[in-house]
Design a binder for this molecule. Structure first.
Ligand SMILES: [Zn+2]
Length: 249
């Protein structure tokens, strides 16, 4: 069971003190969803895993406010600036045909956090907290897989609140980030992780109703897993999702 402990946190970026949590996750024996969410057998750690500063909007786990805290004037390169809470916003901002807007410029974490101002008060909601965290991960250039994981967790939190449109919106962002990560390859330390993310690309496409893309990614996951005995369960799951899909494992 996970251990969730309330604690005071002082934001190193803006010095606001607020109530947060330390979460020690442990392996749960609960059921697993087909997009690889392990349901807890006790308190769910995911809603409280992130702390959101009500002063500046910075969002992360406890280590993000302590040993791994960024500097408020940390540089954010032009390509990582902006907030994109839906795939449509992202597509518009990156459409080369819509060129009549100022080119993005290099920025700082301080300037980017201002973009979360309207959402700071909403961050009491765990879904919004995970969405804000996905933006922070982008600005800090932690890579598309970390962003994808944050978007997927946001989707799970919206699922719990029966907000289907929000869950779908976040799954589209997660899928985009995962596919971007696969295309860049460098984010994968192990081939095993590549297989898992390819599987998730299949499952997210399936849940979004993109049948042919789902099929293609499931097949890719199976192909990449060749010779990796440890991944047998995931391979069987991919094969099942292609013919008899279900939302739980
Ligand atoms: Zn702060």
């Amino acid at each position: 069971m996970s251990t969730i402990t309330p604690r005071q946190i002082t934001c190193p970026l803006c010095e606001t003190t607020f109530g947060g949590h330390t979460v020690l996750s442990s392996k749960s024996r609960g059921p697993t969803s087909s997009d690889l969410r392990r349901f807890p057998d006790g308190d769910d750690p995911i809603p409280k895993q992130l702390n959101a500063c009500p002063g500046c909007g910075f969002t992360g786990d406890v280590s993000g406010f302590e040993e791994h805290a960024p500097k408020i004037d940390q540089r954010v390169p032009a390509a990582a600036t902006g907030v994109f809470f839906s795939q449509e916003d992202w597509d518009d901002a990156h459409d080369p045909m819509l060129a009549d807007r100022p080119a993005p410029a290099d920025s700082t974490l301080r300037e980017q956090l201002v973009l979360l101002a309207d959402r700071r008060a909403l961050a009491t909601d765990p879904g919004i907290r995970w969405e804000n965290h996905a933006q922070v991960e982008r600005w800090l250039e932690h890579g598309p897989l970390r962003q994808g994981d944050a978007w997927l967790r946001a989707a799970w939190m919206h699922d719990d609140a029966n907000r289907d449109a929000d869950a779908r919106r976040c799954r589209r962002r997660a899928l985009h980030c995962y596919v971007q990560g696969i295309s860049q390859k460098k984010w994968f330390a192990r081939r095993e992780d590549l297989v898992v993310i390819a599987y998730l690309a299949g499952e997210l496409n399936r849940r979004l109703g993109n049948g042919p893309d789902a099929q293609r990614w499931f097949e890719q996951a199976v192909a990449w897993s060749s010779g990796m005995q440890r991944l047998q369960e995931l391979v069987e799951l991919a094969e099942r999702q292609m013919v008899r899909p279900q939302d739980v494992v």
